[in-house]
Design a protein around this ligand. Structure first.
Ligand SMILES: [Zn+2]
Length: 340
């Protein structure tokens, strides 16, 4: 995050504002921001911005001299302000002062993940592209080759920037929901029909959200860039009804990451074992929707017999029917989801 639709939205807003304008000053708000030593960011001063490029989830600012490549990571955001606007306190990481405005990079939170890499020339900058396939515009054969290139879960494959460009946690959830595929399906074991569904879903989701965000933002500069969009089908909607079948959206938590999915549409009614929850609930993890429903009834009406009653207290079983109550709220962090 931000992912393909969000970056495309930024590019849409940036192009009319920055192309052709000369960099007058570069202000750096954090010593951790710039990850390269040469050329220094000041080398941009006096050069006009000639092009803007998306390199995976990065944004490259091209000049006829050095290039600046920006990675927003999770919490990095862009603001467009009047020329020479002050860099906001703790959150302000970079100000690029141009003739008619200032582009400001902010990052919420305390972790400094957003980065700037400087490149002496175009070739060096373009080499920072992690090499993932650009899905809109790709054909089905190219896409399938990337999906099958390595054996991973689909969640991992879709979010691997060296395989596919610009897809992260949010839009992979949306693609898998639309394709009606489990996030844990192995990427080398799909049927022909499933490959078609995945390709069509990936095309549709990325184009739809890019066009929708651009249309909603119009000529203004985007100020609400978030991984959680009203109208998403699965991502960030844990516990809310699936828009297709009304089954509550479930979640699967891996390390600091979370996948959201519909068990009815995507996993044949199975709930996917969540590592943290599985440990917490031990054998009490409901394996199917039916079992979950049965437990809800038992909880309301009491178990059919004394056997199987809930233990409470520290370390014991807790209410297995409402996983939301025993774990933290959905993680707002992105990052990679690994199928280890
Ligand atoms: Zn559903």
């Amino acid at each position: 995050m931000p992912e393909f639709p969000d970056i495309e939205l930024y590019l849409h807003a940036l192009r009319p504002r920055v192309l052709g304008q000369v960099v007058r000053r570069v202000r750096i708000g954090s010593p951790f921001l710039v990850r390269t030593t040469t050329p220094p960011p000041d080398a941009l001063v006096g050069h006009a911005i000639t092009d803007l490029r998306r390199l995976g989830k990065r944004i490259a600012f091209a000049t006829e001299g050095p290039w600046l490549v920006l990675h927003l990571m999770i919490a990095g955001r862009l603001q467009w302000k009047p020329a020479a606007a002050p860099l906001p306190g703790r959150m302000g990481l970079l100000a690029l002062d141009l003739d008619h405005g200032t582009l400001i990079l902010t990052e919420a939170g305390t972790k400094r993940r957003a980065s700037v890499h400087m490149a002496a020339d175009a070739a060096t900058a373009l080499a920072m592209d992690p090499g993932g396939l650009e899905v809109p515009g790709a054909d089905a054969g190219e896409f399938r080759a990337r999906i099958e290139a390595e054996r991973h879960t689909l969640k991992r494959t879709l979010t691997d920037p060296s395989l596919l460009s610009g897809i992260g946690n949010a839009y992979s959830d949306e693609i898998l929901h639309r394709a009606r595929l489990s996030p844990l399906r192995m990427s080398d074991a799909l049927s022909d029909d499933e490959h078609v569904r995945l390709f069509d879903a990936a095309q549709w989701v990325l184009r739809h959200w890019r066009d929708r965000l651009v249309a909603e933002t119009g000529d203004t500069f985007p100020t609400k860039v978030t991984a959680f969009r009203p109208g998403m089908a699965a991502h960030g909607r844990y516990g809310q009804p699936c828009p297709v079948c009304a089954t509550p959206i479930q979640r699967l938590r891996y390390a600091a990451n979370e996948a959201n999915y519909c068990p009815q549409c995507q996993t044949g009614g199975r709930l996917l074992a969540d590592r943290g929850l599985s440990r917490l609930l031990r054998e009490d993890w409901p394996r199917t929707l039916d079992e979950l429903e049965r437990r809800k009834v038992e909880r309301r009406e009491g178990p059919p017999s004394a056997v199987g009653g809930e233990r409470t207290g520290t370390g014991g079983m807790r209410n297995p029917t409402q996983p939301a109550d025993v774990v933290a709220q959905p993680s707002r962090r992105g990052g990679r989801l690994r199928d280890r």
